[in-house]
Design a protein around this ligand. Structure first.
Ligand code: BES
Ligand code: MN
Ligand code: ZN
Length: 532
């Protein structure tokens, strides 16, 4: 990736670990991102630059250029765009040779808005789509509507999020793949202000965290195990000022973490419980985030069909999201106390794997009959949810608990690949999380936890079964988790199964593969809790 001056860079050849005696190179780059800066309108463009401007469409079909603060030298630009069949719709990016710059990149803003009144997500996506199309380019100037601080922040976030590639595992074909856009310059009327500088800094920290999640999700289970996940997070968390605690398989067995141990027992790569703790002075609130960390979900003895099983490398997306969010929150020094927990295991098939009908004892003592070893996420989460509440009790309890998980295929069936589900035991908190997602540019939709589905989880032999009624499977999973959360603690469960991993085409600032969904919502939620 682009080498930014003085920017964090750690080569992928950094360290190795051994699996079954074979040294494996850890693949995740702790990445050098694109460099970003802001500038006032007076700055002259150089011939080497690419210039990004917007194109919108009026109801009568007329096209409107949105050039931000730039004055363009191009004559007849609109006619040219019309001749090329431009429509201005979102995700349309047109590149043409420029006069004052080398190339002109025209990115769709959709419906025309008077007074440059484009909403932040439209700008984020337009900026991101342009950045994606600029792979291989050294420097691009983004001159999009960004007179308002939310707009400038959105353009910055979009550009940084769009400038992403995962080429760690390309060796002989590496040269055929372009590097992401190296340098981003934003033109804005408010370039000189402190709020603008703060917003750019935040966008950088946020995007770096989203890139980290994408890298972890894209890294296959041959190179990402529960132990190596911890090894990747630990130095990053420590340098951000977080306290890191890792329970290994021995400690988990001793400690009574039957859910994590049960799910992990079929794999040669033993499970972990990773915990990051952030405790600033005089916190305004205390939250805990818990993320599902299945480094690969084969389904265990309820083996998944081969078709599509490769996508199950993304089953640790929740864990990666909560870890990355904690790193951002610490870097931003938000006055909120936060503990994040990732139960990590590999759900494999072997003679030591758990069998349907096995009974395990989760942390805290509740027994679960494992009807379906493929409903493993709820088993590891049960342990972590109980532990998260117990841990916080010593500090006076939590103001909110959020879990993030690629929990059910039903999420995708219900809401598709771009909208995640939000469930919980407190309608107000759930609404807050959904509204926060909207601000952050991530779509969540509220889903119920209908009481009538709960008896389907009753077990004839244990306290509860890990599978119930098939219809409404996403809600049944949520109801299972609800059993492990105190009724009077506001709790939200986010099912990100499909949105975590883009199996389709890239769009806006979202690449193929790991998306990094939920990071921005979790960070924005923490900011809201401290009144920012
Ligand atoms: N990791 C899967 C859910 C999933 C499916 C995530 C598709 C991303 C894309 C989860 O562990 C699982 O297998 N869930 C089962 C639960 C069922 C057995 C009750 C499912 O949804 O089929
Ligand atoms: Mn599963
Ligand atoms: Zn799973």
């Amino acid at each position: 990736m682009a080498a930014g001056k003085g920017r964090l860079k750690q080569g992928s050849a950094g360290f190795t670990h051994k699996v079954r005696g074979y040294p494996l190179q850890l693949a995740v780059r702790l990445v050098a991102m694109s460099v970003i800066s802001i500038s006032a309108k007076s700055l002259p463009l150089t011939k080497a630059d690419a210039l990004v401007i917007g194109l919108a469409r009026q109801p009568d079909g007329a096209l409107v250029l949105e050039t931000g603060t730039s004055e363009l030298a191009e004559a007849r630009l609109l006619e040219t765009l019309e001749d090329l069949g431009a429509t201005g719709r979102t995700d349309e990016v047109i590149k043409i040779p420029g006069t004052s710059t080398r190339i002109l990149v025209v990115t769709g803003l959709g419906k025309f808005q008077a007074k440059h009144n484009y909403d932040h997500e439209t700008l984020r996506r337009a900026s991101g789509a342009a950045a994606r199309e600029l792979a291989g380019v050294k420097r691009a100037v983004f001159s999009l509507p960004s007179a308002k601080i939310e707009q400038l922040a959105a353009v910055a976030e979009g550009a940084l999020l769009g400038a992403y590639a995962f080429n760690t595992f390309r060796k002989t074909t590496a040269k055929e793949h372009k590097k992401p856009l190296a340098e981003i310059v934003l033109f804005s009327e408010i370039a000189g202000t402190t709020i603008a500088r703060t917003a750019i800094k935040r966008a950088e920290i946020l995007a770096e965290a989203v890139h980290l999640v994408r890298d972890l999700v894209n890294t296959p289970p041959s190179h990402l195990t529960p132990a190596s996940f911890c090894a990747q997070i630990k130095p990053l968390a420590t340098s951000a000022g977080l306290k890191v605690t890792i329970l290994d398989e021995v400690a988990l067995r001793k400690g009574g973490y039957g859910g994590i141990v049960g799910v992990g027992q079929g794999s040669i790569n033993p499970p972990r419980l990773l915990h990051l703790s952030y405790s600033p002075a005089r916190p305004k609130a205390r939250y805990a985030y818990v993320g599902k960390g299945i480094t690969f979900d084969s389904g265990g003895l309820a083996l998944k069909p081969a078709l599509g099983m490769e996508a199950m490398k993304s089953d640790m997306s929740g864990a990666a999201a909560v870890m990355a969010a904690a790193i951002v929150i610490a870097k931003l020094k938000l006055p909120i106390a936060l503990d994040v927990w990732a139960p990590l295991a590999e759900n494999m098939i072997s003679d030591t794997a758990q069998r349907p009908s096995d009974i395990l004892t989760t942390y805290g003592g509740r027994t679960v009959e494992v009807i379906n070893p493929d409903a493993e996420g709820r088993l590891v989460l049960a342990d972590a949810l109980v532990r998260a509440q117990e841990f916080a009790a010593k500090a006076g309890g939590l103001d909110g608990l959020v879990d993030v998980a690629t929990l059910t295929g039903h999420q995708g069936l219900a809401l598709g690949a771009r909208v995640s589900a939000a469930m919980g035991n407190d309608d107000a908190f759930r609404s807050t999380v959904v509204a926060t997602g909207l601000i952050a540019g991530e779509d969540f939709w509220p889903m119920p936890l209908p009481a009538d589905l709960r008896p389907s989880l009753d077990s004839p032999v244990a306290d509860i079964a890990n599978m119930g009624e098939r219809f409404g499977g996403m809600l049944v999973a949520g109801l299972f988790l609800k059993e492990f959360v105190s009724d009077d603690l506001p709790w939200v469960h986010l099912d990100i199964a499909s949105p975590a991993f883009n199996e389709g085409k890239p769009f806006g600032y979202t690449p193929v593969g790991g998306t990094g969904v939920a990071v921005r919502t979790l960070v924005t939620l923490a900011e809201a809790a401290c009144g920012r």
